[in-house]
Design a protein around this ligand. Structure first.
Ligand code: HEC
Length: 134
């Protein structure tokens, strides 16, 4: 009986995962990310990703935007103390954070691996955000 239940649970997880993948394509996330970027981020970082330096840095080719994904998720969730960069953990869902990060990593040629190296670009799943959030 117990084994049967475990199977069912596993199957359910597989279905959930498959559904997650189906709705979280790069296109869908980028589209949702753009909306959220314009709503929450463009006021400082600007639509063209060039920001308003020195107060608000650009995200075009910025260290975190082309660096390891977890650092990127982390700053969007928690912000950076002592700066105007607030955390968005309370305002955005895991999927919205995944979307906005995916958008930033694949816009303004931030996904150019030749220029920025292997860490550039990438698609961020809500599951990844959930892990960093904990
Ligand atoms: C009120 C202005 C403001 C808003 C709104 C804002 N940011 Fe920022 N952001 C900043 C500032 C200032 C920094 C620089 C922090 C520092 O000194 O390291 C920053 C830094 C960043 C960085 C790191 C850049 C790097 O490579 O060092 C990322 C990524 C980022 N913001 C993403 C976002 C996202 C995503 C949103 C919207 C959900 C957002 N920001 C909204 C002001 C803002």
């Amino acid at each position: 009986m117990r084994e049967g239940q475990t199977h069912t649970k596993q199957e359910k997880e597989q279905v959930t995962q498959a559904k997650e993948q189906a709705v979280n394509t790069k296109e869908a996330l980028t589209e949702l990310g753009k909306i959220n970027y314009q709503k929450h981020c463009a006021v400082c970082h600007r639509e063209d990703g060039k920001g308003m330096p020195p107060a608000f840095p650009g995200l075009l080719g910025s260290k975190i935007s082309v660096g390891p994904i977890d650092n990127h998720i982390e700053i969007v969730l928690n912000g950076k103390k002592g700066t105007a960069m607030q955390g968005f953990a309370g305002q955005l869902t895991d999927r919205e954070v995944a979307a906005v990060v995916t958008y930033e990593r694949n816009t303004w040629e931030n996904d150019d691996k030749k220029k920025y190296g292997e860490s550039a670009g990438g698609v961020v799943t809500p599951g990844q955000v959930k892990k960093v959030r904990q």
